[in-house]
Design a protein around this ligand. Structure first.
Ligand SMILES: Cc1cc2nc3c(=O)[nH]c(=O)nc-3n(C[C@H](O)[C@H](O)[C@H](O)COP(=O)(O)OP(=O)(O)OC[C@H]3O[C@@H](n4cnc5c(N)ncnc54)[C@H](O)[C@@H]3O)c2cc1C
Length: 360
């Protein structure tokens, strides 16, 4: 007879199915490690709202981003591999056309190009984009960059999980978690490990709230623009990123202090002014959204297991770079679980051993 109290046994319980939880699940599946995912879908989750861009050169000083020479090739082949597993095209090569918004940015581009031309091409044909845009200080190209279709990835993996009965769509309630000698118990699931991939929620999880999270709000829009080519990202401070036919993702803001997670009037005005000044084509705003990035004070991810509770892990702190960091560091966690391979010391939460071992 069916035993009502029978527990489902899994090696890993994953909380969250954004980029972090999706990649972790995939690598665990490949490693033959059993898992279940608990996720409460959020239409304004950071991953689902991301532009999907992996840009190797960013910031006011045009610096090459952390570990990018390792992360880019890894991401490129990982998304292709995951894409063929899901029978979806998830990634493409793309250039960012960077229209300099200020003399300082023009100079930063030139300086960086003189020192190290990798990824940069000066825009010699100054008028090349003048049919579509107004710009005064010229442009340069950043390439290769990668563009991930995050929504397609999350939706296809969610369907795969449902088909294989590995997804519970509900809010994870931490007060119901039981930490045992062998691992954890939650509802009718018994697992060796629980790994939190729950984005901003980890910042208020008593196991991890001492980590230096610095949540950051980002607002953006979906804008319909006919006749604008979709082969590149067009950036002038803010960016227009190809999203789907005739629709561009426009964004975004970076707000370190904010009252709530809702879209604001001030961003809408700023974005509309930007469109009016920059774009020569007609446009129609379809949607305005906001989401919270799980960013960190020292801009490094949080990966690994709690020093006092080795059955409780985390993959978080992906900040503004979830598309490149998630596949790489999820793989490190899976490799750790499979063969105790070391996690990169700069990402491993062991570095916060002292604060994490303080009483909860
Ligand atoms: C506007 C914007 C643009 C961005 N653009 C880019 C970009 O172009 N390139 C790039 O690399 N990065 C970009 N990012 C950053 C990127 O989106 C994040 O780094 C990444 O999405 C973080 O993924 P995550 O899985 O850690 O968190 P999330 O995407 O937030 O996923 C967490 C998941 O856990 C679920 N969850 C949370 N709490 C619970 C709970 N208690 N119970 C059940 N489920 C729960 C949530 O619903 C969600 O599904 C952008 C972010 C924003 C906001």
């Amino acid at each position: 007879m069916w035993n009502q109290n029978k527990m489902e046994e899994k090696e890993v319980l994953i909380v969250g199915q954004g980029l972090a939880g999706t990649w972790l699940g995939y690598w665990l599946h490949k490693a033959g490690i059993s898992f279940r995912v608990i996720d409460q879908p959020n239409p304004d989750g950071a991953s689902i709202r991301a532009a999907g861009l992996i840009n190797p050169v960013t910031g006011r000083r045009m610096v090459t981003t952390w570990m990018i020479d390792e992360l880019m090739p890894f991401a490129s082949s990982a998304y292709k591999e995951f894409g063929s597993f899901l029978d979806q095209q998830l990634i493409e090569d793309i250039s960012v056309i960077d229209f300099f918004p200020s003399v300082q940015m023009l100079q930063a581009f030139q300086k960086r190009f003189d020192e190290d031309p990798e990824y940069l091409t000066p825009g010699d044909d100054r008028e090349k984009y003048a049919h579509w845009f107004r710009y005064e200080l010229g442009w340069g190209a950043i390439s290769p960059c990668l563009l991930v279709n995050v929504e397609k990835l999350l939706t296809a993996w969610q369907s795969w999980l449902k088909m294989n009965n590995q997804l519970t769509e509900s809010v994870f309630d931490l007060s119901k978690l039981r930490v045992t000698q062998q691992g954890v118990e939650y509802s009718d699931i018994q697992a060796g490990y629980i790994i939190f991939c729950d984005g901003k929620s980890s910042a208020s999880n008593p196991y991890f709230d001492k980590l230096p999270f610095a949540l950051n709000k980002g607002e953006g829009m979906l804008v319909e623009i006919n006749e604008l080519p979709q082969h590149a990202v067009f950036k002038k401070g803010m960016s227009l990123v190809p999203y789907m036919e005739n629709i561009f993702w426009l964004g975004s803001s970076y707000e370190w202090s904010f009252e709530n997670d809702q879209p604001t009037e001030s961003f809408r005005i700023q974005a509309e002014n930007w469109l009016k000044h920059f774009l020569k084509l007609p446009y129609r705003i379809l949607e305005h959204f906001a989401a919270i990035r799980p960013a960190t004070l020292e801009r490094r991810p949080f990966v690994g297991f709690h020093p006092s509770f080795p059955q409780i892990g985390i993959l978080n702190g992906l900040g503004t770079k979830g598309c490149s960091l998630a596949p790489y560091f999820a793989r490190q966690l899976a490799d750790y679980l499979r063969e105790r391979k070391e996690i990169n010391i700069l990402a491993d939460i062991k570095r916060f051993g002292k604060i994490l071992t303080r009483p909860l």
